[in-house]
Unconditional design. Structure first.
Length: 280
């Protein structure tokens, strides 16, 4: 496997309907692939508005089965066509009335590898997610892909260090954090938390945010999608805070061994002292 992985992130604005959002994403995947991207991640709940600004059961209609739903099947075809690994965040139905905030992971040959279900679910003004989602029940899976081992941690989860560490312990080299987060709430944290997680866990982080103000509320999604390396430095510039953008960056996997040899955080962990953290 090459020491350099070219990775892509897709930052979108709500178009007004699911079909055009999917078409927009498929087009953006093609453009990222034409730039040499080998792995691409879309934003949280990519084919819809961020409907959690309101509490309305009509939005349950955005759910699909994963992997047997139409969007997963389409993205398997897209992945195989371009030879890229895809991380595809969607609204999943497991059975009637049981819904998850989920990301499907598809390998470069179109094989469905599995999914991450968001474990940490917020319930604050403008982010009424407990109305829509059951907490995830699949833990913190890491996926063996054509570009190596990758993990997924969705939006609000980034505030919780335990999952970041679980992904690192499972061997993740790149962790994707697809998000929908607004300027007034979290912008001051956006360039702090994910680089800090990359440093603490000694891997690359790719974090995606949507852009624009959507009709359902006044949340101003501020974009600024970026990659952070295991030294906490941005790989290139962050994306626009107002416009759609495709971010494609080269991630030098050689940095992982370099940083782990220098800092040795995994060597110096003391799990024998951490028991009370899981007992509270």
């Amino acid at each position: 496997m090459s020491q350099v992985v070219r990775a892509g992130l897709i930052q979108q604005r709500w178009t007004g309907d699911k079909e055009s959002m999917i078409a927009n994403a498929v087009d953006a995947i093609g453009k990222a692939a034409s730039q040499g991207a080998q792995v691409i991640c879309l934003q949280e709940l990519f084919y819809g508005p961020y409907f959690c600004q309101v509490q309305d059961p009509d939005y349950y209609s955005y759910t699909e089965a994963i992997p047997d739903g139409p969007t997963t099947k389409l993205m398997q075809e897209v992945a195989a066509r371009h030879g890229v690994v895809l991380v595809v965040p969607m609204y999943e139905v497991e059975q009637p009335g049981v819904y998850y905030n989920t990301a499907a992971v598809i390998d470069a040959d179109g094989t469905y590898l599995g999914k991450h279900r968001k474990n940490h679910i917020p319930q604050v003004k403008g982010f009424w997610e407990k109305f829509y989602f059951r907490p995830g029940n699949l833990g913190y899976p890491v996926f063996d892909t054509a570009v190596g081992r990758i993990g997924v941690y969705i939006c609000y989860e980034r505030h919780f260090p335990e999952g970041w560490r679980a992904l690192g312990l499972a061997g993740a080299k790149i962790v994707f954090n697809p998000s929908a987060t607004s300027r007034g709430l979290s912008e001051y944290l956006w360039r702090l938390e994910q680089p800090a997680a990359a440093v603490a866990n000694e891997y690359f982080v790719g974090t995606i945010n949507r852009v624009g103000v959507e009709p359902l509320g006044d949340n101003d999604f501020y974009g600024q999608t970026y990659f952070a390396d295991p030294r906490g430095q941005l790989v290139g510039e962050a994306a626009s805070d107002t416009e759609e953008e495709i971010v494609v960056r080269d991630l030098d996997m050689g940095k992982l061994a370099e940083v782990r040899d220098q800092w040795a955080f995994y060597r110096d962990r003391r799990p024998d002292t951490y028991g009370p953290l899981a007992e509270a």
